[in-house]
Write a protein that binds this ligand. Structure first.
Ligand code: F0G
Length: 484
């Protein structure tokens, strides 16, 4: 791939409030490139989208549809077997687009006019781990973790960002922007930097981890900490993109979700196309679950897999908008919440993609559950003890699995894949507070669940710098069987 094409500097011209939306810069591109935008509510099909990526008729979200590879198109489309072969062969290629674990699956992605527009950091290609200790504890022999925290910026966001940022570059935007709980901003800033774009980050002040914020700064983003929550940041961004030529890279942008589909393609390839019984994913703004569900349905339609795994979504109790939407409103209207959880990545009370998420829950027969702060902390420590680790938001998957097993929704003989969305280094404060016993101090210490956590804690030990002190510590640890 040639070096990134520099985007000519263009001034950000403010649009006036009365600028007609129809005149806004098209954010997508015409159907000749093999895809169209479809409104998820009224079904309206269009060839381009305005910058808020909302239906111009009814205002709901858009999704990308690719008529070219439906069965009806017949003979010219590659068969499922062809696709599997092409994708496997690309693993031996040295071309940057083939080395990307996203663009390797480009037959099922919206097509760029020219692959030279691709901005890639060799995203995807993430490991599928077994979890022997958790398997033993839960009595579940076939338990795996697909670790999206092993992406270039440490979260699953990179798989969507490579696609959406490449389309931003193709459309010659100079600025990209997002609202974020931290990971989207880190990812966007990195891809913008690689692609010669400028980036604007809107994050809730004091509510995201320093690790994530520091990434955005290092990659050169203009970073604004707004005195609001994530939902407030996203609301503001949606207004901004209608007023200024700024390309929005939140998961409302359907190109993001197209890239995030590749998690499922890669997972199924790693399982030799044998679908697991369950896939469990954290739910925040609900883009990722929607993307994985879309990928599963597409793979099923195309004959790449013979049956659908159940896709389940887990939320933190303090940020449980989808759980409440299903339980209190039968999924018919969104029940928003004032979100609060130490798993800051999913501290979201007004999830944008709730309708898409409900659709994939229904289509795959998945469940939606919530887990407490204590359950999240325990699960995070258990995943850490496997030598893998993840950030708190990812740990809701293991905590949720425990609940789904108790409810007999997941059965002991079934196979389960947990989607770990972020790297353990994304939130070191949470980890340090947990091991020092400071994390859940507000919770009553008599709570038996809190006491259970004691066994998982490994606080740092301060010693005199003598051989005796170190040997004594080793002996004490051996006696207490802590590492058995
Ligand atoms: N896990 C992590 C680590 C996340 O960063 C996020 C979302 C989620 C899970 C939830 O995914 O929103 O697609 O349902 N983070 C966004 C951000 C909101 O701004 O980084 P979702």
């Amino acid at each position: 791939m040639p070096p990134p094409t520099p985007i000519e500097p263009k001034a950000v011209e403010a649009r006036t409030a009365d600028t007609p939306e129809a005149e806004a810069r098209p954010a997508g591109q015409p159907a000749m490139s093999g895809f169209r935008f479809r409104c998820i509510a009224c079904g309206d099909l269009t060839d381009s989208a305005v910058q808020n990526f909302r239906c111009s008729r009814c205002g709901d979200l858009l999704e990308i549809t690719s008529p070219n590879w439906s069965h009806a198109q017949g003979s010219s489309a590659p068969t499922a077997a062809d696709l599997k072969t092409i994708w496997k062969q690309r693993r031996a290629s040295l071309s940057p687009v083939d080395l990307s674990g996203v663009w390797r699956f480009r037959e099922l992605l919206p097509t760029l006019e020219n692959l030279h527009h691709v901005i890639t950091l060799r995203e995807g290609n993430t490991p599928l781990y077994d979890l022997p200790q958790c398997s033993r504890i839960l009595g579940l022999p076939h338990l795996f973790a697909k670790h999206q925290g092993m992406n270039p910026t440490g979260s699953f966001k990179d798989t969507g960002m490579t696609v959406a940022a490449s389309f931003a570059r193709q459309a010659e935007f100079r600025w990209v922007a997002c609202a974020s709980t931290g990971n989207t901003s880190a990812s966007m800033a990195a891809y913008a930097a690689r692609g010669g774009l400028r980036s604007l980050v809107l994050v809730p002040e004091g509510k995201i981890s320093w690790s994530k914020l520091s990434q955005a700064l290092d990659y050169g983003a203009v970073t604004c900490q707004l005195r609001t929550d994530f939902d407030g940041c996203l609301r503001l961004l949606q207004e901004l993109v209608l007023r200024a030529p700024v390309y929005q890279l939140n998961s409302i942008n359907p190109f993001r979700l197209e890239g995030q589909k590749t998690l499922a393609f890669e997972l199924l390839e790693q399982l030799d196309w044998q679908p697991p019984d369950h896939i469990i994913v954290p739910g925040g703004n609900l883009g990722n679950s929607s993307a994985i569900g879309k990928a599963l349905l597409e793979m099923h339609d195309l004959g790449l897999i013979s049956r659908l795994p159940k896709l389940s979504i887990i939320q933190a109790e303090g940020a449980n908008a989808l759980v409440r939407t299903l339980r209190e409103a039968g999924g018919r209207r969104l029940v928003t919440v004032q979100a609060e959880t130490a798993a800051t990545a999913i501290r979201i009370g007004n999830p944008a993609s709730w309708k898409k998420a409900i659709r994939v829950l229904q289509a795959t027969g998945g469940a939606c559950e919530q887990v407490s702060e204590i359950e999240i902390a325990r699960a995070k420590a258990e995943i850490g003890a496997e030598g893998i680790g993840c950030e708190p938001a990812s740990a809701v998957t293991l905590a949720g699995l425990r609940k789904l097993l108790k409810q007999d929704f997941v059965k002991p003989g079934e196979s389960v894949v947990l989607v770990l969305t972020g790297h353990v280094l994304k939130d070191p404060d949470f980890t340090m507070e947990f091991h020092r016993g400071e994390l859940l101090r507000a919770t009553a210490e008599s709570d038996s669940a809190v006491l259970e956590l004691q066994a998982l804690r490994r606080p740092p030990i301060v010693l005199d710098a003598t051989l005796d002190a170190v040997i004594r510590t080793l002996e004490e640890q051996e006696k207490s069987n802590l590492h058995m």
